[in-house]
Design a protein. Structure first.
Length: 570
C-alpha cells in the first residue's frame, strides 16, 4: 500500500525486532525465506540488517533508515538481529522447546554489562562514571514513577480535536437539513462534466440526464442522488469526504458514478470537486486494493487524525468485512474505551436477502450488535461505542451522513446499506425531506391512513424488509396491522418506540419480523430491549435457525421469502 495512490503516506520506517520470541514459531517453520525483512523486496525498499548486541551500530543503522525515509519519502526497513533473553512471559521457560540456543543465551552477559565492560577496558569511562550514570538514571525513573499518576503526556493529535466533546447521554436530534436551493446546486453539480469530456452513453442517459430531471423538477430522489447531495453539501460546508473500497467510484451496483472516466482518454473527472471555485472541501475516491483488513485499518487511522473528514469504507458486499474483523474488534469498536481516541469512520455494508446465496446476502448485523455496549436495562444515550443503522429511505441516509460531521463528537457508524433499494420506486424521498430544519429519525411510524383505533397488531422491523411487508399488507387490504421501522438499532431508541406504540391503544399483539434466520439479524439484540425498556413482549417471525446466512438454491429462497412475508400477518 505504501506506493499506491490514495494510500501513500510518504514512506514509513519499519523496525523488525527479530528476537525469536522464546516459544513462538522457529524461523524455518514461520516463513519460506531467509530473512524476516524479505517482504520489503515487494516494493524494492532498502533493508539494513544490524547486530542488536552492538548499540553503536544500531544507532548508525537507525540514522541511515530514518534519513533515507525523510529524504526520499519512501519506506525503509531496519532489521534488528537480536534475541530474547527470557521466555514469552515471566512464567515461561524457553529451554523446554529451544534448549540449545537458550543455553548459549544464558551464558552471555547482558548488553548493558558487555557494553560497559568495553567502555571501561578501552578507557572511555571509569567504573565511578558508570556507577554515577546508573544512579542518576535510577533517580530519574523513581521521580517519574512518583509523578506517573498525575502526568498527562502531550498528544499532538489533541489540537486536531479541539472543540469536540463526549457524546451526549441521551439520544439527540441534530438538524442536518440543507437549504433546498443549495441542494439543487449540489445535485446538478454532481453530474456536470466539461463539454469536451466523453461520457459513457449509458451513464449519460441513465445517470446524468435522469438526475438532472429529478433535481430540476423536484421529483423523487433516489439513494445515489441523496448520497451525492450529502457529500456535496458537506464539501460546500468545508468538510472533506473520503470513500474507499472496491469499485467505489462507480459503486458495486453501478449506482454511484461519483467519478467519471473519459471513454477515449481514460481521464478521470470528479464533478463534486467542482461545485464552485471557492469550495474548500474535497471528495477523495479510493478504488482500493483487494485487502479489506489493510484498507479498513488505514481508514480507521485516517479517521483518528482527521475529524474534519467524513471517512467511509464500503464493502463490495456486506459480509466482505469479515476479512477485516481484527480491525473491527481491536480498534473500531473498542478504541475509544481503550485509548480515548475518537473515530467517525463510517462503514457501508450492502445487505439484503435477494436470492444471491450465503456469501452475498448478510452483512452479519448480529455481530455488530453484539459488539455494541448498548444497555439492556436502561435507556441508551448517544454515548454507546458504535452507532448501527438500517435506513429505509434516501433522506434518512442523507441525514445520517451529514450527522457524522455536524455533531460535535465522533462515533463509528455501521450502515446496513441497501442493494435492491438503490433503484426501488418505493424507496424514494423528496427534496423537502432533506431541506432546512429536517433531521434523521431513529424510528419511523406507520405511513398508512388506517385508523389507529382499529389496529390490534404491531409489526416491528428494520431495513428493506419493511417494503415487502408493506406491499403484502396493501395487496391483501389488511387494515388492522401497523408496521413500525427501527432505523437506528444502536443506540436503541426506546423512548421513540414507546411514542409510536402509544398511538395504538388497542394493540394486543407485537411481532418482530426479519428476513434473517432467528440466530442472526437483530432479533436477539432487540427482544430483550423491547421487554426491558419498552415494556412489551414481541414474538419472532422470520427464518428458522440456520448454520449459514442464506440458501443457495433459488426455488428454496423464493419459498422462504414468501413465508417470512406472510408469517407476521397470521
Amino acid at each position: 500500500m505504501s506506493i499506491l495512490p490514495n494510500f501513500s503516506v510518504g514512506g514509513s520506517v519499519h523496525v523488525i525486532v527479530n528476537n525469536q520470541l522464546g516459544f513462538t514459531t522457529p524461523a524455518h517453520y514461520g516463513r519460506g525465506t531467509r530473512y524476516a525483512s524479505d517482504l520489503a523486496k515487494v516494493i524494492s525498499a532498502p533493508v539494513v540488517h544490524v547486530n542488536g548486541e552492538h548499540p553503536e551500530d544500531v544507532i548508525r543503522a537507525t540514522r541511515i533508515v530514518c534519513e533515507y525515509q525523510r529524504k526520499f519519502r519512501k519506506s525503509a526497513f531496519l532489521d534488528l538481529n537480536c534475541y530474547r533473553r527470557r521466555g514469552h512471559n515471566e512464567l515461561d521457560d524457553p529451554t523446554f522447546t529451544n534448549p540449545l540456543i537458550y543455553n548459549i543465551i544464558a551464558n552471555k552477559s547482558t548488553i548493558p554489562d558487555s557494553y560497559v565492560s568495553q567502555l571501561v577496558s578501552s578507557g572511555v569511562m571509569t567504573e565511578k562514571e558508570v556507577e554515577d550514570i546508573k544512579n542518576e538514571y535510577h533517580a530519574l525513573l523513581t521521580t517519574a514513577l512518583d509523578h506517573a499518576s498525575s502526568f498527562t503526556p502531550p498528544d499532538p493529535r489533541r489540537q486536531l480535536w479541539v472543540g469536540y466533546n463526549p457524546a451526549p447521554s441521551a439520544i439527540t436530534t441534530w438538524d442536518t437539513g440543507v437549504d433546498k436551493n443549495l441542494l439543487k446546486i449540489v445535485g446538478l453539480s454532481s453530474v456536470r462534466v466539461p463539454n469536451e469530456f466523453n461520457v459513457h452513453p449509458n451513464i449519460l442517459k441513465n445517470h446524468i440526464t435522469s438526475r438532472v430531471q429529478r433535481i430540476e423538477n423536484e421529483g423523487v430522489i433516489d439513494w445515489a442522488t441523496a448520497e451525492a447531495l450529502a457529500f456535496g453539501s458537506l464539501i460546500y460546508n468545508g468538510f472533506n469526504v473520503r470513500i474507499s473500497g472496491q469499485d467505489v467510484g462507480r459503486g458495486t451496483f453501478s449506482h454511484r458514478h461519483a467519478m467519471m472516466v473519459d471513454q477515449k482518454s481514460d481521464d478521470v473527472y470528479i464533478p463534486l470537486n467542482h461545485i464552485s471555485e471557492e469550495q474548500i472541501g474535497h471528495l477523495e475516491i479510493a478504488n482500493s486494493l483487494l485487502s479489506e483488513e489493510a484498507v479498513l485499518g488505514f481508514e480507521y487511522g485516517f479517521s483518528n487524525i482527521s475529524p474534519n473528514t467524513l471517512v467511509i469504507w464500503e464493502a463490495q458486499f456486506g459480509d466482505f468485512f469479515n476479512g477485516a474483523q481484527i480491525q473491527i474488534d481491536t480498534y473500531l469498536t473498542s478504541g475509544e474505551a481503550k485509548w480515548m481516541t475518537m473515530s467517525g469512520l463510517t462503514m457501508l455494508l450492502p445487505h439484503g436477502y435477494d436470492g444471491a446465496g450465503p456469501e452475498h446476502s448478510s452483512c452479519r448485523l448480529e455481530r455488530f450488535l453484539q459488539l455494541s455496549d448498548s444497555s439492556e436495562v436502561r435507556p441508551d444515550g448517544e454515548d454507546v461505542n458504535i452507532h448501527i443503522v438500517n435506513p429505509t429511505t434516501p433522506a434518512q441516509y442523507f441525514h445520517l451522513l451529514r450527522r457524522q460531521m455536524i455533531r460535535n463528537y465522533r462515533k463509528p457508524l455501521i450502515v446496513v446499506a441497501p442493494k435492491t433499494l438503490l433503484r426501488s420506486p418505493d424507496a424514494v424521498s423528496q427534496l423537502d425531506d432533506m431541506a432546512a430544519n429536517t433531521s434523521f429519525k431513529p424510528v419511523l411510524g406507520d405511513e398508512s391512513s388506517a385508523d389507529p383505533s382499529k389496529v390490534n397488531k404491531l409489526i416491528f422491523t428494520s431495513g428493506k424488509h419493511y417494503y415487502a411487508l408493506k406491499n403484502y399488507r396493501n395487496q391483501n387490504n389488511i387494515s388492522n396491522v401497523a408496521i413500525i421501522r427501527l432505523e437506528e438499532l444502536s443506540p436503541f431508541p426506546a423512548h421513540q418506540l414507546m411514542d409510536q406504540i402509544a398511538k395504538y391503544k388497542n394493540a394486543k399483539e407485537f411481532i418482530w419480523s426479519q428476513e434473517e434466520p432467528r440466530n442472526m439479524g437483530a432479533w436477539t439484540y432487540c427482544s430483550s430491549r423491547f421487554h426491558n425498556l419498552v415494556g412489551c413482549k414481541v414474538r419472532f417471525t422470520g427464518r428458522d435457525h440456520a448454520p449459514c446466512p442464506a440458501v443457495g438454491i433459488g426455488e428454496i429462497h423464493k419459498k422462504e421469502a414468501q413465508f417470512v412475508i406472510e408469517q407476521p400477518f397470521k
